[in-house]
Ligand binder design. Structure first.
Ligand SMILES: NC(=O)c1ccc[n+]([C@@H]2O[C@H](COP(=O)([O-])OP(=O)(O)OC[C@H]3O[C@@H](n4cnc5c(N)ncnc54)[C@H](O)[C@@H]3O)[C@@H](O)[C@H]2O)c1
Length: 260
C-alpha cells in the first residue's frame, strides 16, 4: 500500500501512544513523517520508522508556543518541501474534584489541547495555501467532545473547543481542496489511560489498578479497549483521497461507546 507516497505528514504528540501508532501507519503507507512531541523520546519513534525503511525526522517542541510551532513546520518544509497532512494530536489531561482543580491545570489543558490545535492548524493551513496542493487537517478530539465526563471540566471544554475549531476552519478552506476533520477516541490503551485509571479510580471509589478501566471497557459494546492502530485506520482514511468530500466532521472511534 502506498496511498501517501510523496506526501508529508506532520504529527504532534507522536512520542508514544496514539500519535506514535498513527505515525507508523502513515510510514507503512509510504509517507514522509515529521514526528513531534515535547519529549526527547520522540527521536526513538523516528529511528524506529527509519529502521523499518521509512522516512522520518523528529522535532522536539511545544505546541503551546507559537515560535516552536513555526519552527516545526519550517523543519518539515526544509526537509520534505511541503506539508500535505497535519495531525494535531498532542494532548494532556488531569483529573480532580472542582475545589481541588487549580487555575494552572485549567490553563495548561486548554493551552495544549485547544490552543495547540489552533496554532498548528494555522501554520499548516498557511503553508498548504502557499503550495496550492490542497491538504488535510486532522484534529484529535475525544469522547469528551461529545459528553463531559466527571472531574474533567477543563478537558471536556478543551476537546469541545477542538470541534469548534474544526468546523470553523473547514468552512474557511472548503474551496481550496483542504479538508478539516476531527476524531474522538474512546478508551485507548496508552500512558494517558494508565493515569486515568489510577486518578479516576481514586476519586470514584476504592478501585485496584486496572479495575476501573475494566469496568468502563465492559460498558463498550465491542467489549474491548481500543488500540493506537484502531485510531490510525480512521486517521489514514481521513487523510486519503477517498475522504476528499468529507469536511467539518467529528468521527468517533470507540467501539460503539458513544453513538452520536
Ligand atoms: N488514550 C485515550 O483513551 C484517549 C481518548 C480520547 C482522546 N485522547 C487524545 O488522544 C491524544 C493522544 O493521547 P495518548 O493517549 O496517546 O496520550 P499520551 O499521554 O500517551 O501522549 C501524549 C503525547 O502528547 C505530547 N505532548 C503533551 N504536551 C505537549 C506539548 N505541550 N507540546 C507538544 N507535545 C505535547 C506528549 O509528549 C506525548 O507525545 C490526546 O490529544 C488525547 O487527549 C486519548
Amino acid at each position: 500500500m502506498s496511498r501517501f507516497e510523496k506526501k508529508t505528514v506532520v504529527i504532534t504528540g507522536a512520542s508514544r501512544g496514539i500519535g506514535a501508532a498513527i505515525a507508523k501507519r502513515f510510514s507503512k503507507e509510504g509517507a514522509n513523517l515529521v514526528v513531534s512531541a515535547n519529549e526527547e523520546s520522540v527521536h526513538a519513534v523516528a529511528d524506529d520508522i527509519k529502521r523499518d525503511g521509512g522516512s522520518a525526522i523528529a522535532f522536539v517542541g511545544d505546541v503551546t508556543d507559537k515560535a516552536s510551532v513555526v519552527a516545526l513546520y519550517d523543519a518539515a518544509e526544509a526537509t520534505f518541501g511541503s506539508v500535505d497532512v497535519s495531525i494535531q494530536n498532542a494532548g494532556v489531561i488531569t483529573i480532580a474534584r472542582i475545589e481541588e482543580m487549580t487555575e494552572a491545570e485549567w490553563d495548561k489543558v486548554m493551552a495544549v489541547n485547544t490552543k495547540g490545535v489552533f496554532l498548528c492548524a494555522q501554520e499548516a493551513i498557511s503553508r498548504m495555501r502557499k503550495h496550492k496542493r490542497g491538504g488535510r487537517i486532522i484534529n484529535t478530539a475525544s469522547g469528551q467532545a461529545r459528553e463531559g465526563f466527571i472531574f474533567t471540566p477543563h478537558y471536556a471544554a478543551s476537546k469541545m473547543g477542538v470541534v469548534g475549531i474544526t468546523q470553523s476552519l473547514a468552512k474557511e478552506v472548503a474551496t481550496e481542496r483542504i479538508t478539516v476533520n476531527a476524531f474522538c477516541p474512546g478508551i485507548i490503551e496508552t500512558d494517558m489511560w494508565a493515569y486515568n485509571d489510577a486518578a479516576w479510580g481514586k476519586l470514584l471509589g476504592d478501585y485496584a489498578p486496572g479495575e476501573l478501566m475494566k469496568e468502563w471497557v465492559d460498558g463498550i459494546p465491542m467489549k474491548r479497549a481500543g488500540t493506537g492502530e484502531d485510531v490510525a485506520g480512521l486517521v489514514a482514511f481521513l487523510a486519503s483521497d477517498d475522504a476528499a468530500y468529507i469536511t467539518g466532521q467529528t468521527i468517533n472511534v470507540d467501539g460503539g461507546l458513544i453513538m452520536s
